[in-house]
Design a protein. Structure first.
Length: 518
């Protein structure tokens, strides 16, 4: 595949050349044009160069959703350094491990995260900490600088980024189920393959489109699909600092004339169940509703179609190691419960344990090959060798494919429950639980008993003001499932643990059972 840009800075230069005065970023009542954005990026490039930041240096970001995140990320990559956007929900020890693992030289941090990052300048190789906020930080020591001082720097002129397609753009740390997180090494080619594989083959975009960005920017889904992809076509983005209150997200969609709405299952579940004002349904400009991060429950899809009968709900699939997009449904060609067909330039197979391709319709592990597959895991050759085999990336996801090449996610391989010799797919059970009107969220996990067999256990969170007895749920499931699939225990939870994108953390639930917290 031919790629029109070697790096993100060239992409930004193209936006300025073609649509300099178009709004690149909306934040609350303010807005920034592509020309203004480039000037800010150029000032930041000059500032980083003064600090001695250069080619292949690692620069970390613990930054809230903001224009500053984009300015910092674009400048870091432009100067030739590697951007490491960190999960802002982590704690100090977790930040410490990652900063030492990647040997970060500089840290950009939002003022609100100083509590968890203060002191890391002493336990890592950090040379400077650049704080985004309105406070005074010189009392913290000479390593601390104010982001606002960057804009006093003269911008670089006639700057050319030293990076090419095969250079490392960023490192994405995955939230591993056990042990420390692994850093997926992502090149410019990896991300460009995502963008060029989606446009125009999956969706069409123009400089008139606008994306809404309310999910955390550090997440690979948000970063690639909600920020870099729109900039590829000089489309604008509307930044919302928090998903709460959700009414504000809908307000921004309406007032800023958003045309592309991207979300995760938790958001679409809420949208499908919410009382959407008539004027929003009538006057919103959304052309595409796109879902990623995890498969949608069938009940959510059905409810969403009732609420938005004319909208295109495009379910997709991906993972950080694939930069992250692998497949997506095409407008007008959607298949319910499918995550679509592979994007242009990407191959997908369904294989058995020996990586032998399975016949159409059979369940196996999904493997992926293409320019979107990461270069490997940082400082972890054994994990890289176990994950990428002959160019094929083992996703750890169980799925099947139909005769038209549409992919259906069955479950995570690690979530598969083997109970009394029978394979139990948690998602099948969850789909049925979601049909209950009272259910807000649910999760099914396998827990080993004293004989090392796995018992099926369900966790259910109800909507506010609604409830059901655990025995009622079991009775309901017994009428619809084989006996070996019916959960031995059903626990009612006030709130299920989730990650930054709303995905339920099943490993935490298993730990809670182990620690007898249920």
């Amino acid at each position: 595949m031919n790629y029109p840009f070697n790096n993100y800075y060239e992409m930004l230069q193209n936006c300025v050349a073609s649509h300099p005065n178009n709004t690149a970023i909306f934040v609350e009542d303010g807005k920034t044009s592509f020309l203004e954005l480039k000037v800010k990026v150029d000032r930041t490039v000059a500032f980083l160069q003064q600090l001695g930041v250069g080619y292949k240096d690692k620069v970390a970001l613990v930054v809230a959703n903001s224009e500053e995140f984009i300015v910092a990320y674009m400048a870091v990559t432009a100067v030739g350094a590697v951007a490491v956007a960190l999960n802002t929900f982590l704690k100090k020890d977790e930040f410490n491990f990652i900063l030492n693992d990647c040997k970060a030289k500089i840290l950009f941090v939002s003022e609100c995260y100083l509590k968890e990052t203060k002191g890391l300048e002493e336990t890592t190789e950090l040379e400077k900490v650049i704080v985004i906020g309105s406070g005074e930080y010189n009392a913290f020591g000479e390593k601390f600088l104010k982001f606002s001082d960057i804009y006093k720097t003269l911008p670089v002129s006639n700057f050319k980024s030293p990076t090419g397609l095969n250079d490392i753009a960023g490192i994405v740390y995955t939230s591993g189920t056990t042990g420390h997180p692994k850093g997926a090494i992502i090149s410019y080619k990896n991300v460009m393959s995502n963008i060029c594989g989606a446009i125009p083959h999956a969706i069409t975009l123009s400089h008139k489109d606008r994306f809404i960005v309310y999910l955390p920017m550090f997440h690979s889904f948000t970063l690639t699909i909600m920020i870099l992809l729109p900039f590829f076509k000089a489309s604008g983005i509307v930044i919302v600092k928090s998903v709460f209150p959700f009414a504000n997200v809908l307000k921004q969609v309406l007032t800023k004339k958003v045309t592309v709405f991207l979300g995760v299952p938790a958001i679409y579940t809420a949208l499908a169940k919410a009382k959407i004002p008539w004027y929003f349904k009538l006057f919103n400009c959304v052309r595409y509703f796109i879902c990623g991060s995890a498969p949608l429950a069938l009940q959510t899809i059905e409810d969403f179609k009732k609420t938005f009968p004319k909208a295109s709900l495009l379910e997709g699939y991906g993972l950080s190691e694939c930069s992250p997009l692998v497949s997506v449904n095409r407008p007008g060609k959607e298949k319910v419960s499918s995550v679509g067909v592979p994007i242009f330039g990407v191959q997908v197979k369904i294989v058995d344990e020996e990586m032998v391709e399975l016949p159409v319709g059979e369940v196996g592990e999904i493997i992926v090959k293409g320019d979107n597959v990461m270069q490997g895991y940082l400082n972890n050759p054994s994990a890289t060798d176990a994950t990428i085999i002959n160019g094929w990336l083992r996703t750890g996801d169980l799925g099947k494919m139909d005769h038209d090449g549409y992919i259906y996610i069955v479950d995570r391989l690690k979530d598969l429950i083997i109970s009394k010799g029978q394979n139990v797919y948690p998602r099948e059970i969850e789909e049925i639980i979601y049909k209950l009107d009272e259910v807000e969220c649910c999760a099914v996990v396998g827990v080993k008993d004293e004989l090392e067999d796995e018992e099926v256990v369900a966790f259910v969170q109800f909507k506010e003001g609604m409830s059901k007895d655990a025995n009622e749920i079991k009775s309901y499931l017994k009428q619809r499932l084989a006996n070996f699939k019916v959960p031995k225990s059903v626990f009612i939870a006030q709130e299920l643990p989730r990650n930054a994108t709303g995905k339920v953390l099943k490993r935490v639930l298993k730990e809670q059972i182990k620690d007898k917290k249920f």
